[in-house]
Design a protein around this ligand. Structure first.
Ligand code: NAD
Length: 795
């Protein structure tokens, strides 16, 4: 049986080692982080009178890595408290302690000899059965294991994380011929279920999957840029979101990765392949010059781009001077921007012969697709693995084969043939057989093409795709903002799908209808979706319009209906599990707070941010956050309502947004009963399991009780801070006005301390405050600013 991973060790505390250790801590695994012992003292160490034998000196590298983890942005730790799970040490004094752990991950410098040396020592101290892996970017896994014991080889494999390990989803797993298949299977499920990664099985070839194709694509782009006389900025303007790739496009991505790292990775393929392919990985001279100049990108302050004051300049690779950034604006680009959907955009571009942007994109995409097609079987078993790797590792919206389907396989191959490009025979055979796309769905299942016929795309059983579910089973109910879907096993799913998943009347109506349907025919309800964000709040544009037209009656009604729908949800006889992820703001947070239980993705950024637009929460968010904090206190302790109200006041007045689900728990949005799902793709499945387990346990809704409030003394206490901030100029008069309203609502109005009030009374206070604020010109100016500029206005 394969050993379960309960403790781990990371060797090397550099960029990747420390990031991996942080992520292990994020999932609750105690981790030993080791690095080499320094040979020289720093000035500070000398000043303290320390010698090379001092423990602080010997552990310096790993200790410094810990300090960096606490400061780095975006934060590698989901909660600062997690740092306590990482213990530092060094390769000399602590190496024997590797015997205590179940998984040893090597992340030392990218040099085969160094890695081999490290593994030889590991082999001596590890307990038999301990899994050992390398985080190499591309060195042969088999070569690293040469000379090691049989037990070592059986438990050895590549585990290639991408930087930064917390945020990038891809984990390539690379077994050797000696790796025990049970170890491989265990690591795949551990990677997916525990670490929350998207695991792709890769073969032991130079740079594995994502970096092999990514590097090729990047170098093709550079060559096409030079041949066609395009500028760095021009290339970036059309190789980003326009074609379904991240905003950082081509060269900005390179600046973030670091040119040194990139060249290292490119050279690794260059040195390990032959012929035409070798040439494709040759790094152009101007990039070598950049390397010599130390123009590595963000880490050295300049690269393909440099910031000068407020301006961003681009590198002219001919003169090696920086100049104003250019953009490629052509008819095809304009048309693609107007086109609906990824496929239509891409087709508009790649077939726009004679268009400067279209030509560039075709000349980049065509060779990359053909190169990738030639590598199927060599770097991965199938096309699905390659597509997943590119999406998870590089943030592409579509993998190469999905993109190929989008531009039309037959049409593109005809164009490639007319240009004399070499088409891999398996593709022409495929077309001869009448198969005209790489993917197809049938009955909600996805199939990919493989020579001999289509095969099912194998996925973790916990992955649910709403789109495919709808294709297979249709919807129970639907309006413009939301749909009710059968999730199977007698659980229903309410999916928001309005623009940005903003909450409007249609969603509120569907919440009511969903509850009725669920109470009749289902065991419970999940509220979730698979958009970019769970929900960014209420429909601000609509509210602003109503407010400017002074339609306060309609506004009052809308807020009241939202409040009532959430109240109904809270006391619904069947369980309702809300599954937030990514941005969950304002109304989205209120929907979550009203749930029987929250099942949040680990990456959930939740907050009541209404003050940013001059409002306070209106859908019961103030009341629920207060009650949730109240209920999280152990029974029997002396409760100070003022303290609780003040802490909720601080959260809402400062519009605090959690940077993870763990932090959401610290802020009181989640309690100990709410669950956290590491793998976002498993969120709906785990939310559904939560519904089922609550149902099985004989779910009873909460008993509607009166709420004790802080009253007048609480109001005074909450305002104290706000007033002094106003007097010292930190907040504006309008901020103070909002703070007063918020304090009044949270205090439960003008009542004595400890008065027990009804929830409806609190909702009425909240609604009145909300409506009085939305009538204010300064609040409307804030709303307008947010809608137009996308950021808060301070007025
Ligand atoms: P890094 O330079 O930040 O860290 C390297 C670590 O190796 C340091 O802790 C250093 O003290 C240690 N080290 C140096 N010499 C050593 C020696 N002789 N013996 C033992 N340890 C030694 O590098 P990194 O970016 O963290 O890369 C670590 C590994 O991860 C490499 O194999 C790299 O290819 C791979 N990787 C890097 C990235 C990335 O984006 N940086 C991504 C994926 C994989």
């Amino acid at each position: 049986m394969v050993k379960r991973i309960r403790r781990a060790a990371v060797l090397g505390s550099g960029v990747m080692g420390s990031g991996i250790a942080a992520h292990l801590a994020n999932v609750g695994i105690p981790t030993l982080l080791l690095d080499i012992v320094p040979r020289e003292l720093t000035k500070e160490e000398e000043a303290k009178g320390w010698t090379l034998e001092h423990k602080q000196v010997r552990n310096r590298l790993a200790n410094q890595a810990l300090e960096r983890l606490l400061k780095q942005k975006p934060a590698p730790l989901m909660s600062k408290d997690n740092i306590a799970l990482i213990e530092t040490g060094n390769f000399e004094d602590d190496f024997h302690r590797l015997a205590e752990v179940d998984w040893i991950i090597e992340a030392v410098v990218e040099k085969l000899e160094v890695k081999k040396e490290v593994f030889a020592r590991v082999d001596e101290v590890r307990t038999p059965g301990t899994i050992v892996s390398s985080n190499t970017s591309g060195i042969s896994i088999a070569a690293m294991a040469e000379g090691r014991s049989d037990d070592f080889k059986k438990h050895f494999l590549g585990t290639h994380f991408f930087n930064p390990p917390r945020y990038l989803k891809l984990l390539e797993i690379i077994p050797t011929e000696h790796t025990d298949p049970d170890v491989v299977a265990y690591m795949k499920s551990f990677g997916e279920d525990v670490l929350g990664k998207g695991v792709v099985m890769a073969k032991d070839t130079p740079n594995f999957i994502a970096n092999r194709i990514g590097t090729y694509g990047l170098l093709v782009t550079v060559r096409e840029m030079m041949q066609g006389g395009y500028s760095v900025g021009e290339v970036d303007s059309v190789t980003g979101p326009l074609i379904g790739r991240p905003k950082s496009a081509t060269f900005r991505t390179l600046d973030v990765v670091g040119l040194d790292t990139f060249v290292h990775v490119a050279n690794n393929v260059y040195e390990n392949v032959e012929g035409e392919e070798k040439e494709a990985f040759r790094v152009p001279e101007f990039m070598k010059t950049m390397l010599e100049n130390g123009w590595l990108g963000s880490k050295s302050g300049q690269g393909f781009f440099v910031k000068q004051g407020k301006d961003i300049l681009e590198l002219n690779y001919v003169t090696m001077q920086y100049e104003p950034r250019k953009k490629l604006v052509t008819p095809a680009v304009e048309m693609a921007k107007q086109a609906k959907g990824a496929a239509a955009k891409l087709q508009t571009l790649v077939y726009a012969d004679g268009d400067r942007a279209g030509t560039l994109l075709w000349n980049i995409i065509a060779p990359t697709l053909l190169y990738t097609a030639r590598l199927v079987g060599e770097i991965a078993d199938d096309i699905a693995a390659i597509d997943q790797a590119m999406k998870w590792g590089f943030g592409w919206e579509q993998g190469p084969f999905e993109l190929w389907d989008a531009i039309g396989l037959e049409k593109s191959v005809r164009k490639m043939q007319s240009e004399g490009r070499d088409i891999p025979s398996w593709i022409t055979d495929m077309l001869d057989d009448g198969a005209t796309s790489f993917y197809k769905t049938e009955n909600g299942r996805l199939f990919y093409y493989a020579p001999g016929g289509y095969k099912t795309v194998e996925e973790n059983e916990k992955v649910i795709h709403i789109r495919r579910l709808k294709e297979a089973r249709g919807v129970i109910k639907k309006n413009a903002g939301a749909s009710l879907i059968d999730l199977g096993d007698d659980v229903a799913l309410l999916e928001f799908h309005s623009p940005n998943n903003a909450i409007g009347a249609d969603i509120v109506q569907m919440i009511n209808e969903a509850l009725e349907e669920v109470n009749r025919n289902y065991k419970g309800l999940v509220i979730g979706n698979q958009g970019k964000n769970f929900c960014v709040g209420a429909n601000l544009a609509m509210m602003l319009m109503e407010a400017q037209d002074e339609n306060f009656f309609e506004l009052e009604l809308a807020v009241r209906q939202f409040q009532q729908a959430l109240l109904k949800m809270k006391y619904n006889p069947k369980p309702v599990v809300v599954a937030p992820f990514a941005m969950t703001l304002g109304g989205g947070a209120e929907v979550s707070l009203a749930a029987s239980r929250i099942q949040a993705a680990a990456e959930t950024y939740i907050g009541l941010v209404e003050v940013g637009v001059g409002l306070i929460p209106g859908g019961g968010g103030n009341k629920e956050l207060y009650i949730k904090r109240l209920n999280s206190l152990p029974r029997g302790v002396d409760v100070d309502y003022v303290k609780i109200a003040a802490s909720v006041f601080e959260t809402i007045a400062m519009a605090k947004v959690s940077t993870s689900a763990a932090e959401a728990r610290e802020l009181g949005f989640l309690n100990h009963r709410d669950g956290i799902t590491m793998n976002g793709d498993h969120l709906l499945y785990e939310a559904k399991q939560a519904v089922l387990s609550m149902y099985e346990e004989g779910y009873r809704p909460p008993v509607r009780k009166k709420v004790p409030v802080a009253g007048e003394s609480g109001y005074a206490a909450m305002l104290l801070g706000a007033q002094s901030m106003f007097h010292s100029g930190y907040i504006s008069e309008h901020d103070l006005k909002i703070a007063k309203k918020l304090a009044y609502v949270l205090a439960g109005g003008k009542v004595p301390y400890g008065t027990e009030v009804d929830e409806q009374y609190l909702l009425d206070l909240e609604r009145e405050a909300f409506l009085s604020l939305i009538g204010e010109p300064k609040t409307q100016a804030r709303m307008q600013h947010m809608l137009v500029k996308g950021k808060p206005l301070r007025n």
